[in-house]
Write a protein that binds this ligand. Structure first.
Ligand code: NAI
Ligand code: MG
Length: 356
């Protein structure tokens, strides 16, 4: 028997709704595999901000540091500027816990209709590895003459040799996994961003030398966006900076069916701190409260969490249940062409555990 302490931040909007289903599934699969969950709920979201003037308490990171993992829904509120929610909660967690890897798989499952023309199941099967602690999202910059006509905003990208090398190394290690095609694509823009992105390119070349068994190529971000649509089957492992990885994974999500299917893990590979698992999607205010958000991205994120905690068998069972349900095509939320509710899909995933 094993027991895990999980910090849960449901957050805002559909985040609350999908995490409910994720917890249901984790509880059910935990009973089958002798895993006990100690869920610690943290009520940190936009409402917390409206009440306290901050997204989370000053000791929030200390509170979570003792957990094995963090399970997050999404944060974002129409009445709050997104940089407040992001810089007040999400980014400090990623940085403080040095979750320098953001791992985001994009897989086209049988039964999904892609907006692309006729790709076959598993034609799209890629793993985007996004740098998660520096790059374009580093909090480095400033204003001058804020609010005046002369207003200036300076936003700097931070690309360190150490930061680039460690994320690229992680990508190469993933490419060596038995289920991958042993190919790594580097995403760059060093033609226009001739400083930081050159540090990135050089790091990629250096790291690649240590992996002669892995094929590589390098693409400019704009060309990569085109090829994600034109020939997504050409990608296996893709490694990119914070911003480029963010953009590419929305394309990866939609060509494989829905934002409601895309999971992610924010990982500290050295396991000094808790890693955090969350769906790629946001709080989706356009559908919140209607009970129609697809919980599959949150459930597949929970499966990544299981894998991180060493419960590969349980993770496989969860993945298979979701894939089984998609293939059946009967109990699905509207984003996948169905008429079922969030909780009906959650229940159906639990019923499908052990199938597929
Ligand atoms: P979004 O991901 O919330 O929504 C984009 C589209 O996908 C919408 O049409 C939405 O209805 C749909 N969608 C998202 N999740 C879905 C699900 N589970 N099932 C079915 N359909 C789903 O992105 P958007 O609209 O750009 O952002 C909304 C808010 O979320 C903003 O405040 C933003 O800052 C925040 N956000 C937060 C993130 C996080 O906490 N990690 C990530 C992305 C956005
Ligand atoms: Mg994003």
């Amino acid at each position: 028997m094993s027991e895990h302490k999980v910090s849960v931040i449901r957050g805002d909007g559909v985040g609350v709704e999908v995490i409910e289903e994720g917890i249901k599934v984790l509880t059910a699969v935990g009973e089958q595999y002798d895993v006990t969950w100690n869920f610690i709920e943290h009520p940190w979201n936009s409402d917390y901000y409206f009440e306290h003037g901050r997204m989370m308490p000053t000791d929030a990171l200390d509170q979570m540091a003792e957990s094995d993992v963090i399970y997050l829904g999404a944060v974002g509120h129409p009445d709050l500027q997104d940089h407040v929610t992001l810089n007040g909660l999400l980014l400090p967690i990623r940085r403080t816990f040095d979750q320098y890897v953001c791992e985001r798989p994009s897989v086209l499952y049988p039964g999904i209709t892609s907006p692309l023309r006729d790709p076959k199941p598993y034609d799209i099967d890629m793993l985007v590895i996004r740098e998660n602690t520096e790059g374009e999202y580093a909090e480095v910059g400033g204003f001058q003459y804020a609010g005046f006509e002369e207003e200036i905003g300076i936003q700097s990208g931070v690309f360190t040799r150490r930061g680039c090398e460690r994320i690229i190394t992680y990508a190469f290690e993933q490419a060596r996994r038995h289920d991958r095609r042993k190919h790594v694509t580097s995403i760059t823009k060093s033609n226009a961003l001739g400083y930081g992105m050159l540090v990135w390119d050089r790091a990629f070349d250096r790291v690649a030398e240590g992996y002669p068994d892995i094929e590589t190529n390098s693409l400019l971000i704009d060309a990569a966006c085109m090829d994600f649509v034109r020939r997504p089957e050409s990608f296996d492992v893709v490694v990119g900076s914070n911003l480029f990885g963010d953009i590419l994974t929305d394309i990866g999500a939609i060509i494989t069916g829905s934002m409601g299917l895309a999971p992610s893990g924010n990982i500290d590979p050295e396991r000094r701190f808790p890693s955090m698992f969350e769906p790629v999607h946001g709080s989706a205010p356009d559908i919140m409260g209607k009970g129609i958000a697809n919980p599959m991205a949150a459930v597949l994120s929970a499966s990544m969490m299981l894998r991180h905690l060493g419960h590969d068998d349980a993770a496989d069972v969860v993945d298979k249940a979701v894939i089984f349900l998609i293939g059946q095509g009967e109990i699905l939320t509207p984003d996948l062409g169905g008429t079922s509710s969030t909780s009906q899909v959650g229940d159906a995933i639990i019923n499908a555990l052990g199938k597929g």
